[in-house]
Each structure stands twice: as structure tokens, then as C-alpha cells.
Design a protein around this ligand. Structure first.
Ligand SMILES: Nc1ncnc2c1ncn2[C@@H]1O[C@H](COP(=O)(O)OP(=O)(O)OP(=O)(O)O)[C@@H](O)[C@H]1O
Ligand SMILES: [Mg+2]
Length: 245
């Protein structure tokens, strides 16, 4: 069964700063939604609302039909999350971190072992998996967080700049893995500043600025909305939209 992610008219302020100002969007199973926007646009705030880490002042977020603001626990059963500023468990080895995640998610031991082996090999973590999280490089920590978010094979993936710090090969692996999740029916929302990568693998794009969604759709659709040329790059579309708002 695939799942649906809905954000309905969400607003959130931090004091006088309106981080989100009436955002509505939906991500269907099988979609990879690329959430783009300048620094401070509201991406992290929106993703935190989706996973119930922040309560919106207005509006709702629903995961597989369950309102996160009402029943966070059931809503989050289906979700994998990569946070922007991870609280990593400095003194756990990467493997212990994975074991911790597996125990929270109730993943059986044999399934866990199989998944860890697969991802350790895909992301070339053979040496790092034995090291303490606090001693790993930034890109390696990101790999661990991505693997942790995938561990329970969630139906919805919420990823805040998941590939930041990852080397090109790891970014490629990331895209391949994530596409497989979408092919199996997962709904994905991924914030990023890596426009060249998003251009190639997101099925839909949303561009947010100052808490408002400026444009949304396929690359062709956002080109049209931005009145940009038919062969303009996502970067050109992005800059045009953001500069005019
Ligand atoms: N804890 C907080 N307290 C006060 N203001 C905050 C807080 N978190 C975010 N903000 C403000 O809310 C706005 C949106 O921030 P947010 O982190 O959602 O942006 P972002 O799009 O994720 O940016 P970036 O690309 O830099 O990660 C910004 O103006 C930011 O300064
Ligand atoms: Mg952010």
C-alpha cells in the first residue's frame, strides 16, 4: 500500500519571524518531491512540522491520512527522517547507532542484519561502521543518518539536505537507493541546495521563499511558471523566481 503526505495551509512563526506563511502541498506515493529555497526560506521548519517536531500555529500535516498534530505516534510509524542538525550519538559506534534505531522500530534481528549488510556495502561503510559516531567525518555521518532513516523501509521519507557533505559517489548511491523506494511506492520529500542533482531525480519540485511556496510542479511546469526558457536549467528557474519575490 502506498501512502500520501499532505500539508494543509501550515503557518509557523518564531516570535516575529514568519517562517511558514500558509503552505499547502501534497506528495503521493511514488513521488520524489524536491523542496528548494534559499537559506532561511522555511524548508527545515516545514519538514519539522511534517514529522511533529514543531507544532504549527495553523494548519495540519497528515501522513497516510493520520494528522501528525493529533496522533504523532501513529503518523510517525510510517516515516523515516533525516534531520538537518543531527543529534548524533557520539559515543555509540555506527553499528550500535543502527541497532538502537532498529530496536526503536522493532526490526527483527535477521532482517536488521541483512539490511545493515546491504547498506554498509552500498555506501562503503565497512570501516566506519565500527567507529564511534563522534569520530566520523561529516559526509560519513550523513551516510549513517540516511541508512538509519531507511532501516524500517518507511512509506514516507522526510529528508533535510540528506546529501550535504557526501562525496559524488555516495550521492549517486543515495539517488539510486531513493529511486528504488519511490518505485516501491514510498512518498519522498527532500530539501536540497543541490539543484543539478534535484533536476535529475526529483519527479516534482517546490520552490519556497520567505515561508511561501512560489512555484510547484515538474521541471517543465516550474519553467513555465517562472516564464523561463524551455531549455533553462533548474538553477536559472530558481534564481529567476527567487529574485522576483
Ligand atoms: N529555532 C528558531 N528560532 C527562531 N527563528 C528560527 C528558528 N529556526 C528557524 N528560524 C527562522 O525561521 C526562518 C526559516 O528557517 P528554516 O531553518 O526553516 O530555513 P531553511 O529553508 O531550512 O534554511 P537553510 O537552507 O539555511 O537550511 C528563518 O528566518 C530562521 O532564521
Ligand atoms: Mg534548513
Amino acid at each position: 500500500m502506498s501512502c500520501y503526505l499532505e500539508i494543509l495551509d501550515v503557518a509557523k512563526s518564531y516570535g516575529r519571524v514568519k517562517a511558514l506563511d500558509g503552505v499547502t502541498l501534497a506528495v503521493r506515493g511514488g513521488e520524489i518531491y524536491g523542496l528548494l529555497g534559499p537559506n532561511g526560506a522555511g524548508k527545515t521548519t516545514l519538514l519539522k512540522v511534517i514529522v511533529g517536531l514543531l507544532k504549527p500555529d495553523m494548519g495540519t500535516a497528515r501522513i497516510c491520512g493520520v494528522d501528525v498534530t493529533v496522533d504523532r505516534e501513529s503518523a510517525l510509524k510510517h516515516v523515516g527522517y533525516v534531520p538537518e542538525n543531527p543529534v548524533t550519538f557520539e559515543n555509540l559506534t555506527m553499528r550500535e547507532f543502527f541497532e538502537f534505531v532498529a530496536s526503536l522500530k522493532g526490526i527483527p534481528k535477521d532482517v536488521f542484519e541483512e539490511r545493515v549488510e546491504t547498506y554498509v556495502s552500498l555506501f562503503q561503510l565497512e570501516e566506519s561502521v565500527r567507529k564511534r559516531m563522534g569520530k566520523l567525518s561529516r559526509g560519513t555521518v550523513q551516510k549513517a543518518l540516511v541508512v538509519a532513516s531507511l532501516m524500517a523501509e518507511p512509506k514516507v521519507l522526510v529528508m533535510d539536505e540528506p546529501t550535504s557533505g557526501m562525496d559524488p559517489e555516495a550521492q549517486h548511491v543515495f539517488r539510486e537507493v531513493v529511486k528504488k523506494f519511490a518505485d516501491k511506492g514510498a512518498a519522498l520529500i527532500i530539501s536540497s541546495h543541490q539543484l543539478h542533482a534535484i533536476e535529475r531525480f526529483a519527479t516534482r519540485i517546490g520552490i519556497i521563499n520567505r515561508g511561501k511556496l512560489l512555484a510547484e510542479g515538474t521541471l517543465d511546469e516550474v519553467r513555465r511558471l517562472a516564464e523561463a526558457g524551455f531549455n533553462s536549467t533548474l538553477e536559472e528557474v530558481f534564481l529567476k523566481l527567487v529574485k522576483s519575490h
